[in-house]
Design a protein around this ligand. Structure first.
Ligand code: ATP
Length: 358
């Protein structure tokens, strides 16, 4: 399966000094509109992307996600409004220079096929005149960072890679000069589900480690809630239906359109996002502090994903005894109570109520 993409990495020149002002958004869309031959793709978008966050744009096909993203690096010019990178209006920046400053990863556009992995990753450092030793060191560092052993991969050609490996090379290439901002359009869209989940997880870890500001487009709500610091749900014309944390979006959809998108998998998504807290436990905990029976009985820890609590309860079905409760341990391994089906319901209620109050 092909899962190639084009990357236009950054120059490495850090964002201009004024944009480093604490609290200033990394990217700001102010009353942005885009018409294609009279048809409105983006109506009147105002959106601030915080420095260092992973903001995911999600919404139905044709709602204006890609157009929004592509206006940030001037692949598409807005018809009206302003887009600021830090405090700088992007229309004041030469588009080529701008694109070297903003990493860009999209699906289905290839790595350079006649360049090795190392050459692909070193493209922009080369254009910027880095010397060989510096480029080579950076390429090796980046390949290791995205989980590709430089000794095994640096000299390979793109056609010798799996789809997931190509995506990794693409991400390495986009990060080559440490861009402050990375734009990603369906970056993992062509990878199989298992590889995709792993890439999502690894990329999120990498992004938090590097502190890169990322704006990412997907049509997959699960990908959005799994990866995002904040999710922005858009409807036709890039109208903002909700801008909130994944948990808020899933627990308290702000509009019908968001509720439709979150849809039938809502409970499963909540179970994946919610974590077990002390207050959720059964009010009559079994002998707090007591030693816990063999792990085969199934135990969970405070802070476990609610999905794992359900998993532990489900494991008991069909066993010799089905007490309907699993012991819950604290970080020191002491029993602090039990989790039952009621516990899970209580936790779900808490999650929903917390969001209602905020
Ligand atoms: N170059 C173009 N010329 C004319 N119309 C365009 C162009 N690019 C996009 N559009 C239109 O603008 C609207 C928004 O398109 P856009 O690609 O931004 O949506 P999207 O939310 O990213 O969709 P998808 O999830 O299907 O990729 C659509 O109606 C689309 O047909």
């Amino acid at each position: 399966m092909s899962s190639e993409h084009l990357v236009t990495p950054a120059t490495g020149s850090p964002a201009a000094a004024p944009s480093d002002v604490a609290g200033a958004p990394a990217i700001a869309f102010e009353g942005v509109r885009k018409e294609y031959a009279g048809a409105v793709a983006v109506d009147d978008l105002t959106l601030r992307v915080r420095r260092g966050e992973l903001l995911v744009l999600v919404g139905p096909s044709g709602c204006g996600k890609s157009t929004t993203l592509r206006m940030a690096n001037r692949l598409v010019e807005p018809s009206a409004g302003r887009i600021l990178l830090g405090e700088e209006d992007v229309t004041d920046v030469d588009p080529v220079a701008l694109r070297r400053r903003i990493g860009y990863v999209i699906q289905h556009v290839g790595l350079f096929p006649h360049r090795t992995v190392a050459q692909n990753v070193g493209t922009v450092p080369g254009l910027l005149g880095w010397d060989r030793a510096r480029t080579r060191a950076r390429v090796e560092e980046l390949l290791a960072l995205v989980g590709l052993d430089p000794a095994r991969y640096a000299r390979r050609w793109p056609h010798e890679l799996s789809g997931g490996e190509r995506q990794r090379v693409g991400v390495a290439r986009a990060l080559a000069t440490d861009p402050p901002v990375l734009l990603m359009d369906e970056p993992f869209g062509a990878v199989d589900p298992v590889g995709r989940a792993r890439l999502q997880q690894e990329f999120t870890r990498l992004q938090r480690e590097l502190g890169t500001t990322v704006m990412m487009v997907t049509h997959d709500i699960d990908e959005a809630v799994r990866m995002a610091d904040r999710v922005v749900v858009l409807s036709r014309g890039a109208r903002v239906e909700q801008l909130a944390t994944p948990l808020e979006v899933v627990a308290r959809p702000a509009t019908e359109a968001v509720a439709d998108l979150v849809g039938r998998g809502r409970t499963a998504r909540l179970l994946a996002l919610g974590r077990l807290e002390r207050a959720d436990l059964d009010p009559a905990p079994a002998a707090p502090g007591a030693p816990v029976r063999a792990p085969a009985d199934g135990v969970v820890r405070l802070g476990a994903e609610l999905g794992d609590v359900v998993g532990a309860l489900t494991q008991q079905i069909g066993g010799a005894t089905a007490p309907g409760a699993v012991p819950v341990l604290d970080d020191d391994g002491r029993a602090v109570g039990t989790a039952t089906a009621q516990t899970v319901l209580r936790a779900l209620h808490r999650l929903t109520a917390e969001r209602a109050a905020s």
